[in-house]
Design a protein around this ligand. Structure first.
Ligand SMILES: Nc1ncnc2c1ncn2[C@@H]1O[C@H](COP(=O)(O)OP(=O)(O)OP(=O)(O)O)[C@@H](O)[C@H]1O
Length: 343
């Protein structure tokens, strides 16, 4: 199959605020605004940004747990909005999710073995022997002893529960796993074990990940490319190495500068830049980052900056650092958004 595994085009999600019964126009929360990216087979595509910037909403849109206000999600070139019955079931097998809290996402009344095989049982009836063989195999894959299949989630550690969540996601042999803050609730040493497990599984099975995280240290360790989001929009999208070596957007720069040097794996992005995150209901005009940006000029208050391709293959939305006119006037760069953005 040619082309990307996942293609997200101009994805937008607005949540209405209240019923608007007596109002002509209902205010909306602009959770995700015109987001485009691609994910290749076997790639780890990371999404970072402060709380409320729309990361989890993207995960929910990719899983079709919420419907988009606009835009499309294509898997192997097929728009998931149009999938019905068998095609929808087949697609659901290919995309799985691993959640932040391994405890609340596991049914406390089921044993580890039942939890792991539950997704497969939704598609076909496994006999007792096949059920046990599958559970044992998947437990081994995630570095757990097959004997653990008889335990309840409450009898497992946090790291073991997260391994169990990963084993469950693997049971349908997915092409893509969406991991939403999948290691945030774990201790640093357990985080490292789970990240290395994900990297091993990716190498063995060629799985692609959409990896959503607050934690830049984690993203640097695991990611191939990273999208930085601010108030629902991507402001910079770049290969991980390039982004960490030389951030271009002032927001990315501030996030990376806020990294505590002695232990970069523990960076949290709760308040990395001065000032409050603006309201997603009434976002600032022009570039939404301009009220907090030390480089803001008049144009930033007026025009939303487009994502502009840079010489090293990344795309950046900043009037000051990536002015659209200059780049579009450069024939070597004009139109070359193929590396990072959905066409
Ligand atoms: N079901 C919903 N109804 C209304 N607003 C919502 C809903 N889900 C999310 N939002 C709003 O959409 C915006 C984006 O939320 P989202 O959960 O996607 O952010 P996030 O980046 O994942 O944040 P966090 O890192 O804190 O999980 C926020 O302003 C949030 O309040």
């Amino acid at each position: 199959m040619n082309g990307p595994l996942l293609k997200v085009q101009n994805l937008t999600k607005h949540y209405p605020l209240g019923s608007g019964l007596f109002k002509k126009t209902i205010p909306v929360i602009r959770a995700v605004e015109d987001v485009s990216f691609t994910v290749e087979t076997g790639e780890t595509f990371c999404i970072v940004g402060e709380s409320g910037c729309g990361k989890s909403t993207i995960a929910r849109l990719l899983m079709r747990l919420v419907e988009p206000t606009g835009g499309r999600v294509l898997i192997d070139g097929t728009d998931i909005a149009g999938l019905k019955k068998d095609a929808l079931r087949a697609w659901r097998r290919r995309m799985q999710m691993v959640f932040q809290d391994p405890y609340s996402s596991l049914n406390p009344r089921l044993t580890a073995g039942q939890i792991i095989t539950e997704p497969v049982e939704n598609f076909e009836c496994l006999g007792r022997r096949r059920h046990q063989a599958l559970a044992a195999d998947l437990l081994r894959k995630v570095g757990m002893s097959p004997e653990m299949m008889h335990r309840l989630p409450s009898e497992l550690s946090g790291g073991q529960r997260q391994r169990l969540g990963i084993a469950r996601a693997l049971s349908l042999n997915p092409s893509l796993i969406i991991a939403d803050e999948a290691v945030s609730a774990l201790d640093v040493s357990v985080q490292a074990q789970i990240l290395n497990l994900l990297l091993d599984l990716q190498q063995q099975m060629g799985i692609a990940f959409v990896f959503i995280s607050h934690d830049l240290g984690v993203v640097e360790h695991i990611g191939h490319r990273v999208a930085v989001m601010y108030l629902g929009r991507i402001v910079e999208l770049a290969p991980c190495e390039a982004l960490f070596a030389k951030p271009i957007h002032p927001y990315t720069e501030a996030l990376i500068a806020a990294a505590p040097v002695p232990d970069p794996t523990r960076l949290r992005l709760e308040a990395p830049v001065e000032g409050e995150v603006p309201s997603p209901v009434y976002p600032p005009s022009g570039c939404a980052f301009h009220p907090r940006c030390p480089l803001a000029v008049e144009r930033c208050r007026i025009e939303v900056p487009p994502l502009v391709p840079m010489a090293d293959g990344r795309v950046v939305a900043c009037h000051v650092r990536a002015p659209a006119t200059e780049i579009s006037g450069n024939p070597a760069l004009a139109g070359d958004r193929s590396i990072l953005l959905a066409q």
